[in-house]
Design a protein around this ligand. Sequence first.
Ligand code: AMP
Ligand code: MG
Length: 295
Amino acid sequence: MNLRDILRVAPGGRVDLGAIDPAGTPGLPKKAGKEPKVWTRRELESIGTDLASHQERLYAGAKAGHSRRRLLLVLQAMDCGGKDGTTKKVAGTMNPQGLHIVSFGKPSPEELAHDFLWRVRAALPIAGYVGVFNRSHYEDVLVARVHELVAPAVWRERYEKINQFERDLTRNGTTIVKVMLHISFEEQRARIEQRLDDPTKHWKYNPADVDERGYWTEYQEAYQDALTECSTDYAPWYVVPANRKWYRDWAVATLLREAFADLRLTYPEGDFDVAAERRRLAASTSPAKHRVTRR
Ligand code: AMP
Ligand code: MG
């Protein structure tokens, strides 16, 4: 089974978010059984081990100077859509040393003074790294459109700019996996309520989230257009139903594993003679040679 084929927004096609059930579990295999939550949680551990192994080869390839490859996971969602949870559960299976996780918030005055992709370029993973964007340049065709932060002519031409930007990235060795975590209006309400109920979650609550919720329809339209305009052969969008967190984590981890598998990453070969190095190592163990001589 290839989950990417099931969740991909077909390039050239039009996505209808209303037709995708946020509580659905597309591509979940039959063997998940009657307790899919238990199965996916267990499965996530083994996918996570694979991800860590792929990531290590990616990192090793760059360290050895053989490879410029890198992988970028882009996460977009409505508020409470699960971007933080997915980052923790999925990226958390990999070695922190090879991860580059960046959250994009309201642009600073300096960022606003530059082109919208300026801060994004600066946040890209370098060779060998797995990058995670918690929000991204897509906010510039989402929140910027919904709240009319720029004129329509400006956000409209950004789709093409984004496509060009992503085309350049993929040509230069970046594999891009773009995921929209798709939750329902009702699920968002429940999650906002949970945050209000739990004082240890208040730091995550923002009164503006309830105002943003009032723009739900406008956001869904903006998402539909962004997913439609910017799902390309080189950087397709995937819509992951995200009401069920166990499915969400399993699905995103699986998409990443499939993307990694395409790269067929191998460990770099050493450019030294192992036998000769063994001999040198053996010869280096004589303590007499290193004894500190006193006068
Ligand atoms: P959070 O993800 O909860 O930390 O919130 C980040 C906030 O930054 C959200 O309200 C986003 O809408 C906002 N944000 C992110 N990127 C942009 C952008 N390019 N322009 C305006 N607001 C943004
Ligand atoms: Mg928030």
